[in-house]
Ligand binder design. Structure first.
Ligand code: URA
Length: 258
């Protein structure tokens, strides 16, 4: 679903094609290498050929294609045992591709942050790098809600320490104030507004609560509502309202702005 027109802007050919949903990045590079792309009537083999959305004419196999794009965001329910990226293991991108409808296969999708291999839950993907910056920057303070099953008893003192901030890096700052509450005898809910490496597990460890299982339930005001391995495209209202992303604000600070 469109959040807003991406609008004019200078970019590289392959990246513009991936963002507009014509061809994913690697396929765009291959298409260029095989002489299938032309820019303003001239065949190009260089995927980093500069293009301007709204001005440059691009053809693929002789057919005109549009570089116009919108911010698209989708939620995936990441199953356990799937890595963020890597070698021969199944990755979140394999899960994503298996669940994508044909109409969305042409996009270059960026994962918005990462979840550990054993963590389950809400993982966002987007065609808009500016959305990645928005949603992962600690400055945005977008809350992320996790629930962890822990291997020892969580008491009020431990929850109070989690809320106030704990030291997880020897020389680093305390973690930001967080929401922490019990969800049962062996489960803790944590809401964080920053995303340091393995932050939830390290925070829980710091107060003597080893993590046995971790699940992300929500990002911003957006709660996970699809089953494991499934995805859905977010509406404009969700991207704007629940995730607080404004494409026009992002365009203001984008280096690609003309
Ligand atoms: N914090 C962690 O420790 N792991 C995750 O996967 C996400 C947040």
């Amino acid at each position: 679903m469109a959040a807003r027109e991406g609008g004019a802007g200078s970019d590289w050919l392959s990246r513009a094609l991936a963002r507009a949903g014509v061809l994913p990045l690697r396929e765009a590079e291959e298409a260029a290498a095989h002489g299938r792309l032309a820019v303003d009537g001239r065949p190009v083999k260089e995927p980093l050929t500069p293009v301007t959305v709204g001005r440059t004419r691009v053809t693929l196999d002789g057919h005109p294609v549009s570089l116009a794009w919108h911010t698209q965001v989708l939620m995936l329910h990441k199953p356990a045992g799937v890595a963020a990226h890597g070698g021969r293991e199944e990755t979140v991108f394999d899960v994503l591709r298996a669940a994508l409808p044909p109409a969305l296969l042409g996009f270059g999708w960026h994962a918005v942050g990462r979840l550990d291999k054993d963590t389950t839950g809400l993982l966002l993907f987007t065609n808009d790098e500016r959305f990645v910056t928005h949603a992962t920057s600690p400055d945005t303070k977008l809350p992320k809600r996790y629930v962890a099953r822990v291997g020892s008893r969580a008491d009020e003192a431990k929850l109070a320490a989690l809320r106030a901030g704990v030291r997880i890096d020897r020389d680093g700052p305390l973690t930001r104030p967080a929401r922490a509450q019990l969800r049962g005898d062996d489960s803790v809910e944590l809401v964080l507004t920053e995303g340091r490496f393995h932050q939830v597990k390290r925070m829980l460890n710091a107060v003597g609560l080893p993590t046995l299982a971790l699940h992300r339930e929500a990002v911003g005001a957006l709660a996970l509502d699809v089953s494991p391995g499934a995805l859905r495209v977010l509406t404009d209202d969700e991207v704007r309202g629940a995730l607080n992303f404004s494409a026009s604000r992002a365009a203001e600070s984008s280096p690609e702005k003309e």
